[in-house]
Design a protein around this ligand. Structure first.
Ligand code: BGC
Length: 725
């Protein structure tokens, strides 16, 4: 198999251990498990996260609760334990097969007393049966005969970096099966997990009913001719899916007892194949681009809620503790294009998550004194605002820093409308738009209209005291991105109302009556939208990021070459807010989202003005992909490629040093966009789709599929086919 389907990690490097655990995460859209070792290892962040399984916490309100570890396997050779840091590690290789969704690890190990064996672990989360995970352990003795003991357990003492979310409600250990039933402490979500072991008929199994730690201990004589093989099939069900998760798990482990590891794996691989058939991007080049593309798509696929419209994908997917599983605009603006174009059913689930959380958004608007629905900056189970108000200072954790994003980073409401509109344009899903899209768009517009502030001196509407995408500058007035998005959102609401009145007249009558919307009101919205202030532009078309930005002090970032920290860390939060250094794309982002509305020379002028002022290396990981896209659009192939690589290396090679906290989900969604919309130059317009390729000079070919209005499409771009320069 081509190595671009595999992530291979050789040897053991404690420094890189948490990064490796993140990138080797496996999952099936229902749950994800980090690529930690099955045996205990100090410093690992062993975790399995399931969509929707949140529990309350202080300060940050709620977080995804790390469920009891289902992967635990403790190996004993006589009286010596298998730990790679004790004895001699001859060799170790971890291999994630992204095509099949299987993680394996092969260890050539020798105990302190000289017993050498090849130990091979494999695991997958089934794409075919979402409640099923499986593990296999093979031990091949090289130079000894004797007894091997393997303890397979569930670890009910699971915590989130020290914080315990679980009460153990019950457990059963009998024959070759064990069941553990736990419940979150505050939110009362039940999780039941069952395991059934497959062993050599000669092996004996002891049942260890340790409290909160049900275990099965398998004992077997081994020799170089007699390999040890164990399979651990695990089912995990929550009270979100079943009224009696314990009963469900009991039935499921019974059902899968007759199926071999190979059969279970084959059915999972068949689903993976179908997914890749739709989602793969082929890149013919000599660099890491193919691996970067597949890695990004793989991580989107394992986090995608295939059959749950009550959940969304957090900023770190389900691969780490970062941002506590909270959902940001990262989903709608960065990840949703991938799903809308290749897996529209998942896109519809993700957008439905917002629809089902309109109550939380209405509550937020109301608490702030506004109409309609104001979506939270960070969202989780209830849809209410869950952004922490205070967090420890990055330089001195004994001090707290006030976080304002939950109060005033308000563009998210329009970002959701943008994503809905894109989904609709690509899929043509009118029924979804009418039923779920319209309420979100209209109630969002009601929020915006009530949020506008009249400036009588200037005779215009303003939006004051906000944070735009560039979070280095908070409490700013008239962030162009926010004002533009608000204006666009209100206008979209008007046109969608007109569309709905024709598409489903009766439905429109009911909806408009419920929301108190009539012709007159829509006319007043239109007048207000026309009077929203969009900050001034310089004669060359450069638009001011927010009121007062042009007057801020300029800083030459080349003087800070070789730094290992963000400009915000170097200057401090307050000083960084006074200088012209951006954490991430802001105007550049706006130009990308509305690239068909701005003349190319204006986009170019803004890119040239803002890109050198942006902290590409250590600002937000959301920035590089956006810069790559705009650079492609204006024909700067080399810069587009450089930013693409920066985005691609962020997770794979941990160039920002924080991947241990989880995958940068927005970045991987952005990477997909850089290839499809940037290098291949796919655009959707009124008459359909088209490509304007901007292939990097050393790439030979890009090929991918997507769905347009329900029909599968194929794009193949080569240098010979010509590219737009
Ligand atoms: C970025 C935001 C992003 C969040 C979660 C922040 O650092 O500035 O734009 O939504 O991370 O990824």
């Amino acid at each position: 198999m081509n190595s671009s389907w595999e992530i291979v990690v050789n040897g053991f490097d404690r420094e890189k251990m948490n990064h490796t655990e993140t990138i080797l995460t496996i999952g099936n859209g229902y749950l994800c498990t980090r690529g930690s070792f099955a045996e205990k290892m100090e410093g690992q962040n062993v975790a399995t996260f399931m969509h929707g399984v949140y529990d309350d916490i202080p300060v940050s309100f709620t977080e995804l609760a790390n469920i009891p570890n289902w992967t635990a396997l403790q190996i004993e050779f006589g009286d010596e334990s298998f730990r790679i840091t004790e004895g001699k590690l001859h060799n170790m290789e971890q291999r994630l097969d992204m095509h099949a969704g299987v993680l394996s690890r092969t260890v050539d190990f020798e105990t302190s007393s000289g017993k050498r064996a090849i130990i091979r672990f494999s695991r997958f989360a089934s794409m075919a049966q979402r409640y099923l995970c499986a593990q296999k352990l093979e031990i091949q003795p090289i130079n000894f005969s004797g007894t091997v003991k393997v303890v397979a357990s569930f670890d009910g003492q699971a915590d989130n970096l020290g914080l315990i979310h679980w009460n153990v409600c019950g457990q059963v250990v009998e024959a070759n099966r064990a069941i553990l039933h736990v419940k979150t402490r505050k939110t009362n979500v039940d999780v039941a997990m069952g395991m059934i072991l497959g062993t050599d008929p000669e092996a004996t199994i002891e049942q260890w009913n340790l409290e909160g730690h049900p275990s099965l201990c398998v004992v077997q004589d081994v020799s170089p001719e007699r390999v040890f093989v164990l399979t651990k099939k695990v089912n995990i069900v929550t009270s979100r899916d079943s009224t009696d998760p314990v009963l469900s798990v009991n039935q499921m482990i019974g059902d899968c007892s007759g199926q071999s590891w190979e059969e279970l794996l084959t059915s999972s691989v068949a689903v993976w194949e179908r997914l890749w058939h739709d989602c793969d991007i082929e890149i013919d080049s000599e660099d890491d681009a193919q691996l970067i593309a597949r890695f990004s798509i793989y991580h989107l696929l394992i986090a995608a809620p295939y059959s749950d419209e009550q959940v969304s994908i957090g900023a770190k997917t389900l691969s780490g503790y970062g941002y506590r599983g909270h959902v940001f605009w990262d989903t709608e603006i960065f990840m949703l294009p991938f799903f809308s174009f290749v897996l529209p059913d998942v896109a519809s689930n993700l957008l439905s998550y917002r629809y089902h959380r309109l109550a939380g958004a209405r509550k937020k608007a109301q608490l702030n004194g506004f109409d309609g629905a104001q979506f939270p900056w960070e969202s989780a189970g209830t849809g209410e605002e869950v952004t922490p108000t205070w967090v420890p200072h990055f330089a001195d954790p004994t001090k707290l820093v006030r976080i304002w994003t939950g109060d005033i980073q308000i563009h998210i409401t329009a970002d959701i409308a943008y994503a809905l509109h894109m989904y609709w344009k690509v899929t043509g899903d009118d029924a979804f738009m009418a039923k779920r899209g319209l309420p979100i768009i209209l109630e969002g517009a009601q929020f915006w209209v009530s949020r506008l502030e009249w400036n009588a001196t200037e005779s215009r509407y303003e939006i004051r005291d906000v944070i735009g995408p560039d979070e280095n500058h908070d409490h700013v007035d008239n962030n162009t991105f926010t004002n533009f998005m608000a204006q666009w959102h209100i206008r979209l609401a008007i046109s969608m109302a007109q569309w709905m009145a024709v598409y489903d007249h009766e439905g429109w009558k009911r909806l408009s009556a419920r929301l108190n919307i009539n012709e007159q009101l829509l006319t007043s919205w239109s007048e207000k939208a026309d009077m929203i202030y969009i900050p001034q532009a310089l004669p060359n078309g450069v638009i001011e990021q927010c009121s007062g930005f042009f007057e801020m002090e300029q800083v030459d970032l080349s003087h800070y070459a070789g730094r290992t920290r963000s400009i915000q860390e170097i200057f401090g939060i307050e000083e960084a807010a006074k200088i012209q250094v951006l954490k991430q794309a802001d105007i550049v982002m706006l130009m990308y989202l509305f690239r068909e509305l701005f003349p190319k020379d204006v986009i170019q002028a803004n890119y040239d003005y803002y890109s050198p002022k942006t902290d590409h290396e250590f600002g937000s990981s959301l920035g590089p992909a956006m810069h790559s896209l705009v650079a492609s659009w204006i024909g700067r192939k080399e810069e587009a490629y450089e930013h693409f690589m920066r985005a691609g290396q962020a997770d794979l090679f941990d160039i920002r040093g924080n991947v241990g906290d989880g995958i940068h989900a927005a970045s991987i969604g952005g990477i997909w966009q850089t290839i499809v919309f940037g290098f291949a130059g796919l655009i959707i317009d009124e008459i359909g789709w088209n490509v304007h390729p901007k292939l990097p000079g050393h790439w030979k070919r890009i090929s991918f599929h997507f769905y347009y209005q329900g029909q599968r499409q194929h794009v193949e771009v080569t240098q010979e086919g010509g590219t737009d320069d």
